[in-house]
Design a protein around this ligand. Structure first.
Ligand SMILES: Cc1cc2nc3c(=O)[nH]c(=O)nc-3n(C[C@H](O)[C@H](O)[C@H](O)COP(=O)(O)OP(=O)(O)OC[C@H]3O[C@@H](n4cnc5c(N)ncnc54)[C@H](O)[C@@H]3O)c2cc1C
Length: 407
């Protein structure tokens, strides 16, 4: 997604339609490639290649956008300025911050070294390490295959367990499941934050014989001894060490330093402090936020962003026209939980953890159809419709599918 979008416009434009062509967009970005990250689970699972998940950044930016190949190094919201890595200062009238989250592998001692040196230590979270996962799955012989979930907010909270289910599937196919302990160690007290889907996932865990350990946080990796050390979050002085044959690590995450350290813009956890229904910054009305870097209390996913973009578009223009904003965002997010090669639970929910299902069948049941949606349809939806501004979430289709009833 875009990282930081600095827009200027001329406020005397009478109508939005006339105003649109006069909006000047500047995007400050430093990555040369844009990744469709939801595909990383399928890459780690061996069903797609990394090349299929990336495009040149320049090719996905909309026409008329001025791309500044630089990074934001300081925000100065009182003076409406952003300082960049090359020493420039950009002034703005309105700003949308969409910087995502940083992957902090370095905060777990020994993890970076293990990822660099040990072919059996991998992570779907980084394009650098994701291709190691399927190789490790196939090279696995016997012992513990450990999957971790850190003690921080993460993007796609389902991804750390999806790869455990795909690994279980491969192990069975390759006839080595009986020699493996597939272990999911999560810092959370439950397997998933939404009750309905947590119940379905617990059935999956039981059926597959996966060892689930809650409140376990990875604090050290000793690759020379093939040991992973966890703290018990209910009793932090207690450390539990497991021998691993394969380790899939989900790193601790935070907002990028430039945002985290700008106290005027963030909440106590370092996330962009915005109104959860309008996406407008709580102190600076000319700043909006979208995506993983915000403190929206919902799951951090592309699916959530698709709905957020609709609200952002509406409210940014209302703000520019000096009109009252509309509290439109209900926290919609979604996570296609692959529970095997051809089965998926399509979780969709709101801020309160209430299901907001698009299809008129029980999406809590593992089914084949959502698997094909995830593998075959969603990548096209992303490249062709979301990045081009034509897809703004399934809201209207949900109503249609439910014959106008429900939310
Ligand atoms: C393994 C995995 C599986 C996932 N599965 C799913 C799924 O099934 N469904 C789903 O909907 N979502 C899924 N997601 C989550 C989804 O990919 C993210 O929620 C989404 O990409 C977040 O978009 P974003 O724009 O907020 O952040 P990002 O996509 O991370 O973009 C942030 C951008 O900001 C740039 N940036 C950062 N700092 C600076 C700076 N200082 N200056 C300039 N630019 C900067 C970065 O370079 C980056 O380009 C998954 C993610 C992963 C990793």
């Amino acid at each position: 997604m875009m990282s930081m979008n600095v827009c200027t416009y001329e406020p005397d434009s009478p109508h939005m339609i006339e105003m649109l062509p006069r909006v000047v967009n500047l995007v400050v970005y430093y990555m040369a490639l844009h990744y469709y990250q939801p595909m990383f689970t399928l890459i780690g699972g061996g069903f797609k290649k990394l090349e299929q998940a990336s495009r040149e950044m320049g090719s996905v930016l909309p026409k008329g956008v001025h791309w500044i190949r630089d990074s934001a190094v300081k925000f100065d919201p009182d003076n409406k300025r952003v300082h960049t890595g090359s020493g420039d200062q950009i002034s703005y009238e309105y700003m949308v911050i969409a910087m995502g989250v940083a992957l902090n592998f370095h905060l777990v001692p020994g993890l970076v070294e293990a990822l660099e040196k040990d072919p059996m230590v991998c992570s779907n979270y980084s394009p650098k390490y994701v291709s190691k996962t399927s190789k490790a799955i196939h090279a696995f012989k016997e012992g513990n295959a450990i999957f971790t979930f850190p003690n921080t907010p993460v993007k796609c909270a389902g991804a750390p367990q999806k790869i455990a289910y795909l690994t279980d599937w491969h192990f069975r196919r390759e006839g080595k499941r009986e020699r493996a302990v597939v272990m999911y160690n999560t810092s959370l007290p439950v397997i998933f934050g939404v009750k309905k889907y947590a119940a379905s996932l617990m059935d999956v865990v039981k059926e597959k014989g996966i060892q689930l350990n809650v409140r376990r946080n990875l604090v050290e990796v000793r690759s020379d001894k093939k040991e992973a050390v966890f703290e018990n979050l209910d009793n932090p002085s207690e450390k539990i060490t497991y021998q691993y044959e394969m380790l899939h690590a989900t790193p601790p995450m935070s907002t990028p330093e430039v945002l985290r350290t700008c106290e005027k813009l963030v909440d106590q956890g370092g996330f962009l402090d915005i109104n959860r229904n309008t996406l407008q910054h709580k102190k600076y009305p000319n700043i909006f936020g979208v995506g993983d870097c915000t403190n929206l209390p919902t799951a951090k996913t592309v699916a959530a962003i698709s709905e957020q973009l609709r609200v952002l578009k509406k409210n940014l223009f209302l703000q520019m026209e000096g009109k009252a904003l509309k509290p439109l965002y209900d926290g919609y997010s979604s996570c296609p939980l692959l529970v095997g090669f051809d089965k998926c639970i399509l979780a969709e929910f709101d801020f309160d953890g209430e299901p907001l299902e698009t299809f008129p069948f029980n999406q809590g049941k593992p089914m084949r159809f959502p698997f094909h949606l995830k593998r075959d349809f969603m990548p096209h939806l992303y490249w062709l419709a979301l990045l081009t501004g034509y897809w703004d979430g399934p809201g209207r289709y949900r109503k249609l599918m439910h014959l106008g009833m429900g939310r």
